[in-house]
Design a binder for this molecule. Structure first.
Ligand SMILES: Cc1ncc(C[n+]2csc(CCOP(=O)(O)OP(=O)(O)O)c2C)c(N)n1
Ligand SMILES: [Mg+2]
Length: 439
């Protein structure tokens, strides 16, 4: 893709204010979606000063009068950008919340768009395959929530650990997994992330410290505490991330896990993906207080526009620094939305209006938002954006074809990963004096 290899152009720093989605600062509005035309306003456009000259050491560069430092970029010609995200971070037990100004670059924004677009295509393909019965069983789609994973991964490395719920297809991609691994797993084929034996809820990528999808609501939150404990024990400067839904936020084990994490200052980011529904139940009907960023009580929290990949990145960068500096856990509430129903068996339209879904798509869609940023900043020509989309559609289509051609696991895999040889084991029956062999 030619768009990724920028020519030796002069680096320009631009301070940009994005007003997309500003109407949603307080969360999901159930009444009005109109009146806030998405727009990007360029505030300052300056040529690069001496602080940008290429003879500076590559490790760190100071690029603004506010002494903001950026990580070095692989591509020295990459255009540095500073974008002001419009929806304010709301803090709980945090003295100085992250800045609304996010340091980023041309290549980062294009990369985020590319990833988010691939995720969207993959979930749409999964929907089609489910309806044509290539995928069976449970299947929970992530479309609408892509900015959370895309932004998160821009602030983490694969040495940080991630564990999530059953809504895990795109988390797998974010951790460097391939569309084929996801598609084959969904179809129960051997090329799948879990050799086709887990299905939709059981993506897993140990080499990237992705400890999977979890089918039990909330179960990932103590697992996350354990992962964070390992980092602390080994004195390793990494974080664990445990992602859970607004419904899971009411689950008891989250509070047990947070208590221990706070007691031991474990480096864990608890991420509540507030998509406003737990199955068919709206948050107003399931939570006495839907301020999920405050749910940790003594644990600091931040509410973030989870449809804005740049805001998500900023929040994770801040949180990772918080955790690694030894301050213990932090809660991030991501204000997001799922377009599909809870799972493929839920049409998703009986407990919310079509207008609500359409309104979110029009005003806050995370993929469109990145596309608009690219267009409004003139980072790529529309034809180059179309070329990215075409390439990603091809990648997903090829993954679907390869997954269909992948074999099913052989039956010996049914027992391969069992930890216990049950041949000589007897279990107690309902009558305490009787025991039975395990069959
Ligand atoms: C312990 C437990 N209780 C109930 C369920 C059934 N269940 C599966 S998903 C779900 C809703 C969870 O909603 P939320 O946490 O908001 O996550 P989302 O599906 O919106 O991503 C429920 C009740 C379960 N899997 N595990
Ligand atoms: Mg939910």
């Amino acid at each position: 893709m030619s768009s990724f290899s920028s020519s030796s152009r002069r680096a320009i720093k631009r301070l940009v204010r994005s007003s997309i989605g500003a109407s949603f600062g307080g969360g999901l509005s159930r009444t009005g979606f109109g009146g806030f035309a998405a727009q990007i306003q360029r505030l300052i456009s300056v040529g690069c000063g001496s602080s940008f000259s290429s003879d500076l050491p590559a490790a760190k560069r100071t690029i603004s009068s506010t002494e903001t430092t950026l990580k070095s970029k692989e591509n020295e010609d990459d255009e540095r950008l500073q974008i002001e995200v419009p929806v304010k971070f709301i803090a709980h037990n945090i003295d100085s919340p992250p800045s609304q100004l996010v340091d980023t670059s041309k290549s980062e924004i294009i990369d985020m768009f590319t990833q988010a677009y691939q995720m969207r295509r993959l979930e749409i393909a999964a929907d089609t395959l489910y309806k044509s019965k290539f995928i069976r069983g449970f299947c929970h789609l992530y479309d609408g929530q892509e900015a959370v994973v895309v932004g998160m991964e821009k602030a983490l490395t694969h040495d940080d650990a991630v564990v999530t719920s059953y809504r895990d297809h795109c988390t797998h991609l974010g951790r460097g997994g391939t569309p084929l691994e996801v598609m084959a797993e969904l179809m129960g084929r051997f090329d799948g992330a879990s050799k086709g034996m887990g299905g939709s809820m059981h993506m897993y990528r140990r080499e990237a410290h992705f400890f999977g999808g979890n089918g039990i609501v909330g179960a990932q939150t103590p697992i996350g505490a354990g992962l964070a404990f390992a980092y602390k024990y080994r004195k390793q400067a990494n974080v664990a991330v445990a992602m859970y839904g607004d419904g899971a936020a009411n689950q008891g084990q989250l509070f047990e896990a947070m208590n221990m994490a706070a007691l031991w200052d474990l480096p864990i980011i608890y991420v509540c993906e507030n998509n406003h529904y737990g199955m068919g139940t709206a948050i107003e009907r399931s939570a006495k207080s839907p301020n999920y960023y405050k749910r940790g009580d003594y644990v600091p929290g931040l509410k973030v526009d989870g449809m804005d990949a740049l805001a998500v990145k900023q929040a994770f960068k801040f949180s990772k620094e918080h955790c690694v500096s030894g301050k213990g856990p932090i809660v991030l509430e991501m204000d997001t939305y799922r377009y599909h129903g809870h799972s493929m068996s839920d049409p998703g339209s009986t407990y919310r209006t079509r207008d609500e879904i359409t309104g979110i798509r029009q005003e806050r869609d995370p993929v469109e938002r990145l596309r608009k940023l690219i267009n409004d900043l003139g980072l790529l020509d529309p034809t180059e954006v179309k070329a990215i989309e075409k390439a990603q559609r091809k990648i997903v289509d090829e993954a679907v074809a390869a997954a269909k051609a992948s074999p099913e696991p052989t039956s010996d895999w049914l027992t391969k990963n069992m930890h216990v040889d049950t041949r000589n084991v007897r279990v107690r029956g309902v009558d305490a004096y009787a025991s039975h062999p395990v069959v």
